[in-house]
Design a protein around this ligand. Structure first.
Ligand SMILES: [Zn+2]
Length: 90
């Protein structure tokens, strides 16, 4: 988490922790043919298995762009005028 004061209001930057929100979304693209793995929530293994199978079927396709997408949320600190009921302190 990262804290910062912007225009006299203190904010904390952290991951989105809402129920059902993924920790990350994983995906990959083959750099040879641009084939794309189906993105997965919070679990990289299916994308890794896809890359292994893709190379197994196409032995000259050996490089991939791996992507991990995460989400951030800004939370107002206790003394922040934008803080409302339900905002979690950090
Ligand atoms: Zn490929």
């Amino acid at each position: 988490m990262t804290r910062s004061i912007i225009k006299d209001a203190e904010w904390t930057l952290g991951p989105v922790t809402a129920e059902g929100a993924p920790l990350a979304i994983y995906s990959a693209v083959c750099m040879e043919c641009r084939a794309e793995a189906k993105p997965t929530d919070s679990e990289p293994l299916p994308v890794e298995v896809w890359a292994l199978k893709h190379t197994g079927l196409n032995p000259v396709h050996r490089q991939f762009k791996s992507m991990v997408e995460t989400y951030w949320r800004m939370t107002p600190a206790e003394n922040n005028p934008y803080r409302e009921n339900g905002d979690q302190g950090a």
